[in-house]
Structures are given as structure tokens and as C-alpha cells.
Design a protein. Structure first.
Lengths: 264, 359, 281
């Protein structure tokens, strides 16, 4: 292994850049005197207790969780079908289809959000958590498709052929062989979609009705001014997200084996 | 029973100077000793092969000479200077890698040019030397191709040209032919040999294939578990193996184990006179040294034994017989093509063909 | 191996979804861009006025230019931070490589809002950074341009996108067969030459993928300017957002959105083309 202290120092600096703001945020959620100034003095849990008494936040959290849960179900279902279609079928326009499915991943959220808003208006649908759900699903199907497609590629076709050879129908083979092999991929994709859905703002921004999701509730508060209560909820979101992502990472490593270090 | 001495007797080919000296080289990876006290010389212009099984340390030794790993102890000298203190890019040594390691983003010509460009060789000299190198490996028509468009044999030639164009004092080849199929392999062996003769650069060639080693080398260095078993020219190592391991690794042999008592060697059913001290012995007797005894009377310099033919393998120009001498002693005998044989026969061999070996 | 029924079953629902929720909405957006607004109401009067406005109005041109500059700065800074980090992990990190990789990945997926908010609290006049500088007596007054400036937007977006840029570069570096690096050294090239001649060219597809991602997403970002950009840090997506909000002019907003969509897709195609040219398989 080569040694380069200069490079190691630079790498440490980049890590610091990535982590410092988060550390500061969490630190100041315990600061009595508010969000700014230096150094933080007077440890307090006041902001957390205020947070737990804040019913609007909890309502919005509940909304977020409902939308996230539904997003996971919808995205996984569609994503699984899309992954199967991409892996096993051929039809005219398949390339276009693949590009379109993956487009929301790299498209700025405002485009996805606005285009769906115009669709909602066109269809005469009122904005609500349902429209938010549809927005999330549209954006996140691409995540499901990518993960499940990778999982399918890892699956040895021979297993399915063996199943058919032993007398199982394609339908039975799907339930007994294909799906169990995709179990890890499904869980990993589900975790990721759940996390992304609860954090989603850009698309949600344009499709929100009367009921807020958690990020949008926080956003609304931000317009009114900064309080350490927002630090507190952010810190909590952070902890939960990190936990979910670490689980996701290890699940994915197990399902795809090492060397699975692609973007998704 | 003592282990083989750390450094077997070596003689450089007559009249040549040592180009590379490996002195008491050892390499440990963690707790594992991969190379133990290796001392070896390579003469300039010599074709020396490092032969051994996988895990014998031959690739490790090569990598130490190339500079990709550092020795745990010992020194490497080349042309009177310490080599092991230099990084790889400062050594006058070049390597042909096992899977060629051609740069995929460069054409064949640019691959060959790489070492020259790095040293900032002027442009006019550059194209001349590249052209010569490509012609030497017969790839001048493929100069513009990317490696992905070339076959395995063609890639191998480019890898060779890329290394040789830098005019190294020593060329290292890490099992370069192992990825080729049998026919191509034979052809490349022949080309490598004549190429080496022609340009006169010392080659250090690593392989596990003993036939290949015998066909190509001026000398063979047999490695076993990180130590040198024997270093000698192919004819010598075949006719005079120093140890049982060498006798079995190179070519086929019968290992006869027994003892000397009162001037008589007894190995199972075989007995013959030998004026040496009493004690346990091992002899190597090559299958082709045993003949069927036609007239039943051995010469004084020969030994006779009786055995029954158990198996016969026809090989075109010769036959390989497995013969049973009794009390579970089986020997292999190679005779010219004979036609089917059964039953008991008398066999005979010259006493001087029974080579005494160490364990 | 798969029957027609199977194939239809798996492909029709996703295709229908893509058609209804992707193609149709984009088409609707395009249609909207061809309409106009009269007296606060959208009228279906087909015209190209909105596009003309886009190209001729100096205000929009200025914002677009600023947006491009910001996106370019973010991309550049992300590369300057992300590439050396990826290089360090791939070639110098040894046994800790896996752990460090996780440390980079995890913040990647953590809430955008949380991270943007963190910067907001740090950069303000009463923020942590100013407090810190004053504590060390390096400054005596709050520094103004940290927050509510293009600088803040670039800083925040760089923070968001550095891990995104890191990922494909790291994957590309890991894919380089180690014997190639040994061969380069064997032929006389030191670390620096090996980097320029072998590592960098072979990592180009990854670099390109990451850069495209960062540029395109920065281009269309509207949240960062709202959080930390202030009036001087407005970007083109904010213009769109206000046209769909207070400054009610959906057709014009749709036109600009179509513009962003076209730019995005063009950049993606261009990037893909270049990646194919530079992917040496």
C-alpha cells in the first residue's frame, strides 16, 4: 500500500467538510442559547421536549410515513415488473422505455413535480396526499427498477430452468424461485425508497394539498424563522436515516456480493 | 534426515558474467515465509527458468526482482549496484505480465511506445524503435489496433514488444504462455527461444510446466516451498536429479527406497552391488532406463529383476508398462513399441542409471 | 422460456405507468408552454410568445447565466473534492477502505433539507461560523457574504453533490486492473505519470457520469437558493417556481421548464456519447 500523507490529509479535510455541518447541527440542538454563536454553552433538552409536544410536527410525520409506506408498495410493485420487463422481454421502444423509467433519477425534481401538477390539473384532481404519493412513486420507481434489475442479473437463470424442468409452472417458479432470490434486493430497495420518500421535498412542493408531509412542515417553519426545535427534529431525522441507510448498505452488500459499488 | 541445503551448488554457463545476483533473499507475508534464504545468479544473455508448483514462491521471487514487493531480508544486485533499493520505474528490468496488462485505452503502437514516451525519447528515434520492436514480434500490421481487438497470442506479442523496446538488461516473464491453448503455446515457445537467442537479453522465465522449462532454458532453478531445490542445466537436472522431489517433478521416474548392507543395495525385489556405506537409500530410476531382458543373462554392470505386466499404455512410438515386482512394489517401464505384453518377464537396467538422490 | 402472457403481464403495467405519469405530463407541459395568460387567467391561445420572451428578455438571460455559473462551480468543486477522496480510498486506504466508503455513502442519502438547514444556521450573521471567527478574534464583525449569496448556494450544493460525484469515480478507479498500474511502473513511469497516462483516462467515464449528475441537478435546483441564496442567489428554477406561484404565469413557467428539460436531456445524451467513446472495454 502506498503512503501519501498529503493526500490523507486532504481526504480527512473532505470528510470534515461532509460531516462538520451535520455535527454542528446536532450539537446545537442541545444548545440553550439558540442556533448561532460560538461556542455552544448550556446543555438543554428543552428543544426536544418542545418538539415532542408539537402536534403539527407529529401529524406531518404521520402523513410522511403513510405516503412513504404507500410509495414503497407502489414503487416496488411497478419496479419489479419494470425490472422483469427489462431483463426478459424485448419490444419496440424498449430503449425509450428504459430511459424514461430512469429519467426521474437525474431530472431536477421541479420538472417532475411541475409536469405532474399539470397532469393533476388536466385530470381535474385536487392536490392532496394522494397526488404526493403519485409524485413520489413516479420519482422512485426508477430506484426500485435499478436495484431489482441488478438483483435479477445476479440471479442464475439456471435455477428457473431447473424449476420448470421439475414440473413447476412459470407462475409457481416466480413465487418459489425468483421472488425468494430477490428478497434481499426487495428489502434493500424498500428501505431506500422509504428513506427517500420521507425526505422528499422538490416534487412534493408542487403536489402538496392541505396536509403537510414532515419536510414541508419543517420548510414552512423555516419561512417563519429558525428555532433550535428544527435542529432537534433534524437531528432525529438524521439518526433514523443513518440507521436505515446503514442497514440498507449491508443488505445490499449481502444480496449483490462485493464489488456492487455502483451508484444504485 | 536433514533438509536440503539452503543454496544448492550452482554453476553459471561457461564463460559468462553474473548479471543479477540474488543474495540470501527472504520474504514473509505476515506469519507465512514465502521465500527462504534464496541465493541465485543469472548470467547476461542467459535463459533461466524458475520452475515450481503454485505456492513454491516463484512468482514472489519474480515480483521482488521487478520491484513490486520488498524483500523481508537479503539483497538483490545487478551489474554491481543494489537493485532492491530502487523503485520499479528506475530498474533496468522489464516484465511481461501473466495476463499481459496491456493498456486498454491505447493502441498496440502506443502501448509499445509507453516506456519510451515516459523517458521522453525524441520523436524520430521513437518511431524507429517502435517499428523495430513490432517487426521483431511480427505485429507491424496490427500497430493501430486496440488490445480488445487482438487475440490472446497477439496481445502476448505486443506485451513482449512493449517490454523489449526499452532495451532492459533483464526481461522477466510471468507464466506468459499459460493462457494460450496447446498448439499456440508450442509455437510461441519456439518463437520466444529464437527471439531470446537473437537479441541476447537475459530472460528470467517463470512456469510450472516442466516440459516447457526443459525445452526453453539454459538453466532451470527448481523451487519448492520457497527454497531452491536444484539449479542446473536441463540435461543435468534430468540425468542427475539431486533429490527425490526433483526426480519426480522433472520427467517421470521410479523412486526406489531401500537400504545398503554390506555393499548390496536392496530395494524391494531389486538387488545390486554398490560400494557405499551402510544405511537407508533412495534411488531414481527413469522408466526408459529399464529394458526387457531378451536373453536372460544380465551384464556385470546391469541388474535384473522379474516382474509381471499389470497395465500397458500404448503411446505411439513407445509403451508405458506398469509392472508388479511382488510385495506391492510397482515400477513403470518405458519400452519402444512392442505389441501387447502379458505375464511375467525379465527386466534389466544399467547400474549407472540408478541415481542416488536425497530426500 | 417466457410465454407471451408472462411478457405482457410484466411489461404492460410499467409501460402504462410511464406513459401516463411521465410522457403525458411532459407533453402537457409542452402544451402549456404554447398558451398565454390574459388578465390573470390561462387562455388556450396557441403561440410561441413564451419562447420568444425566454430568448429576448435580458432578465431571464441573466438568471440563466448565473445558474449555469453556479452549476459549473458546484461541479468543479465537487470534482476537486470528490476525485482525490476517491483516489485516496481506491489506492491508499488499505484495510479501512470499506469502512471509509460507508462513511461517504451514508450522508449521501440523508435528508437534503437537513443538510441545507445546517448550512443556513452556520453561515448566517449570527451563525456558527461568524461566531467561531469572532471567538478566535479573527474578525470583529459578522461577515455578510457567507449567507444569502451565490457563494452560499455553491457551498451548500457542493456539500450535497460531492458524494454523488465521488461514487462513479470510485467505482471506475476500483475497476482499473492493478496489473496495469504495475505495468506502468515497470515501464518507467512514477506515480504522477501513471496517474496522467493510465488512471485518469480510464476513470474518465466515471468522472463524466458524476459531473453530469452534479451539473444537471444543480441547474434545476430551487431549494438551495430559497434556503441560503437570497435575492442575489436566485436561480432559474426559482423563476419557474414563482411563475407557478405568486407571479402567476403558468405558460411562461412551462416554457422555461421545457427549456430546462431540453438542456438536461441534451447534456445527458452528450455525456453518454462521450462516455461510450472513452469506455475502453
Amino acid at each position: 500500500m502506498r503512503r501519501s500523507p498529503l493526500l490523507a490529509l486532504y481526504a480527512a479535510f473532505v470528510f470534515a467538510f461532509i460531516y462538520l455541518p451535520i455535527v454542528v447541527l446536532v450539537l446545537y440542538s442541545f444548545n440553550r442559547d439558540g442556533v448561532g454563536g460560538f461556542p455552544p454553552r448550556h446543555f438543554t433538552l428543552r428543544w426536544y421536549t418542545e418538539l415532542f409536544a408539537d402536534s403539527a410536527i407529529w401529524d406531518s410525520l404521520l402523513n410522511s410515513l403513510m405516503v412513504a409506506g404507500a410509495s414503497v408498495a407502489l414503487s416496488l410493485a411497478l419496479g419489479l415488473l419494470a425490472a422483469l420487463a427489462l431483463d426478459r422481454t424485448d419490444f419496440p421502444g424498449k430503449t425509450l422505455f428504459r430511459r424514461l423509467v430512469l429519467l426521474p433519477l437525474i431530472l431536477p425534481g421541479i420538472i417532475t413535480g411541475l409536469s405532474l401538477l399539470m397532469f393533476a390539473v388536466f385530470a381535474g384532481v385536487q392536490l392532496s396526499l394522494i397526488t404526493v404519493l403519485l409524485g413520489h412513486a413516479t420519482a422512485l420507481v426508477s430506484v426500485a427498477t435499478t436495484e431489482l434489475f441488478a438483483g435479477l442479473q445476479k440471479l442464475d437463470r439456471v435455477q428457473e430452468e431447473a424449476s420448470l424442468d421439475l414440473g413447476a409452472t412459470p407462475w409457481q417458479t416466480f413465487w418459489r424461485v425468483t421472488l425468494p432470490n430477490l428478497r434481499l434486493s426487495l428489502i434493500a430497495a424498500g428501505l431506500l425508497i422509504f428513506t427517500l420518500s420521507t425526505d422528499e421535498i422538490a416534487v412534493t412542493f408542487f403536489l402538496i394539498g392541505r396536509d403537510n408531509t414532515l419536510p414541508l412542515e419543517i420548510w414552512a417553519r423555516l419561512r417563519r424563522g429558525i428555532t433550535p426545535e428544527i435542529n432537534a427534529i433534524s437531528a432525529l431525522i438524521l439518526v433514523v436515516s443513518v440507521g436505515l441507510i446503514v442497514i440498507w448498505y449491508h443488505l445490499r452488500a449481502r444480496s449483490l456480493g462485493s464489488g456492487s459499488q455502483e451508484l444504485l | 534426515m536433514s533438509a536440503s541445503p539452503a543454496n544448492p551448488r550452482q554453476e553459471l554457463p561457461a564463460g559468462s558474467a553474473a548479471l543479477l545476483e540474488v543474495r540470501a533473499l527472504a520474504k514473509r507475508f505476515g506469519a507465512v515465509e514465502v521465500l527462504k534464504d534464496i541465493s541465485l545468479n543469472i548470467a547476461s544473455g542467459e535463459f533461466l527458468t524458475l520452475l515450481g508448483e503454485s505456492g513454491s514462491g516463484k512468482t514472489t521471487l519474480l515480483r521482488l526482482i521487478a520491484g513490486f514487493d520488498e524483500p523481508s531480508s537479503g539483497e538483490i544486485w545487478m551489474s554491481g549496484e543494489r537493485l532492491d533499493l530502487l523503485p520499479p520505474y528506475k530498474r533496468r528490468v522489464n516484465t511481461v505480465f501473466q495476463n499481459y496488462a496491456l493498456f486498454p485505452h491505447l493502441s498496440a503502437r502506443d502501448n509499445v511506445a509507453y516506456g519510451l514516451r515516459v523517458k521522453k525519447v525524441p520523436a524520430n528515434e521513437l518511431s524507429g524503435r517502435i517499428g523495430d520492436a513490432l517487426r521483431m514480434v511480427k505485429m507491424q500490421d496490427f500497430a493501430g489496433y486496440r488490445p480488445s481487438k487482438l487475440s490472446g497470442g497477439q496481445q502476448q506479442r505486443i506485451a513482449l514488444a512493449r517490454a523489449l523496446v526499452n532495451r532492459p538488461q533483464l526481461l522477466l516473464l510471468d507464466e506468459p504462455l499459460s493462457a494460450l491453448d496447446a498448439n499456440l503455446r508450442k509455437q510461441m515457445q519456439s518463437e520466444l527461444k529464437s527471439l531470446q537467442r537473437e537479441i541476447g537479453v537475459a530472460f528470467l522465465f517463470v512456469t510450472h510446466d516442466q516440459e516447457e522449462a526443459m525445452a526453453l532454458s539454459d538453466r532451470i532453478a527448481l523451487l519448492r516451498d520457497g527454497a531452491l531445490e536444484q539449479v542446473a542445466a536441463p540435461r543435468e537436472i534430468y540425468a542427475q536429479p539431486a533429490t527425490a522431489y526433483t526426480a519426480e517433478f522433472i520427467g517421470q521416474t521410479n523412486l526406489l527406497r531401500g537400504e545398503i548392507r554390506g555393499g548390496i543395495v536392496t530395494c524391494g525385489a531389486l538387488r545390486w552391488p554398490l560400494d557405499q556405506a551402510d544405511g537407508p537409500v533412495i534411488f531414481s530410476l527413469r522408466p526408459e532406463a529399464i529394458r526387457i531382458c531378451a536373453d536372460g543373462k544380465p551384464q556385470t554392470s546391469e541388474a535384473k529383476f522379474r516382474a509381471s505386466v499389470r497395465q500397458q499404455f500404448y503411446g505411439g512410438s513407445s509403451e508405458l508398462l506398469e509392472v508388479d515386482c511382488g510385495s506391492a512394489q510397482t515400477l513403470r517401464v518405458r519400452i519402444p513399441a512392442h505389441g501387447p505384453l502379458t505375464g511375467e518377464h525379465d527386466f534389466v537396467f544399467s547400474l549407472c542409471d540408478a541415481i542416488r538422490v536425497r530426500e | 422460456m417466457y410465454s407471451r402472457a408472462y411478457k405482457s403481464l410484466v411489461s404492460i403495467p410499467p409501460i402504462a405507468w410511464v406513459g401516463a405519469f411521465l410522457l403525458l405530463p411532459y407533453a402537457l407541459m409542452f402544451v402549456h408552454s404554447l398558451w398565454a395568460v390574459r388578465e390573470g387567467v390561462i387562455v388556450h391561445q396557441w403561440n410561441w410568445e413564451n419562447y420568444k420572451t425566454l430568448f429576448t428578455n435580458a432578465l431571464y438571460a441573466e438568471v440563466l447565466l448565473r445558474t449555469m455559473r453556479i452549476a459549473a462551480s458546484v461541479t468543479l468543486c465537487s470534482i476537486l473534492l470528490g476525485y482525490p477522496l476517491a483516489y485516496y480510498l481506491a489506492f491508499h486506504a488499505g484495510a479501512r477502505k470499506e469502512l471509509l466508503y460507508q462513511l461517504v455513502i451514508v450522508p449521501l442519502w440523508v435528508s437534503y433539507l437537513v443538510r441545507g438547514y445546517a448550512w443556513k444556521t452556520i453561515l448566517g450573521s449570527d451563525g456558527v461560523l461568524n461566531g467561531f471567527l469572532q471567538y478566535l478574534h479573527l474578525t470583529h464583525e459578522p461577515v455578510g457574504f457567507f449567507l444569502y449569496s451565490p457563494f452560499a448556494v455553491v457551498l451548500m450544493l457542493t456539500h450535497i453533490y460531492t458524494p454523488f460525484v465521488f461514487l462513479p469515480i470510485y467505482a471506475a478507479l476500483e475497476h482499473i486492473p492493478r496489473p496495469l498500474l504495475e505495468a506502468s511502473e515497470d515501464l518507467g513511469a512514477g506515480s504522477v505519470q501513471t496517474f496522467w497516462r493510465v488512471i485518469l483516462p480510464l476513470s474518465m467515464p466515471g468522472l463524466l457520469a458524476g459531473a453530469t449528475f452534479a451539473f444537471v441537478l444543480s441547474l434545476g435546483d430551487f431549494l438551495a437558493p430559497l434556503l441560503v441564496g437570497g435575492p442575489s442567489g436566485t436561480m432559474i428554477a426559482n423563476v419557474v417556481q414563482s411563475l407557478f406561484g405568486a407571479a402567476f404565469d403558468w405558460p411562461l413557467g412551462a416554457a422555461i421548464s421545457v427549456g430546462i428539460l431540453v438542456i438536461t436531456i441534451s447534456l445527458l445524451f452528450l455525456s453518454e456519447l462521450l462516455e461510450k467513446r472513452w469506455a475502453f472495454k
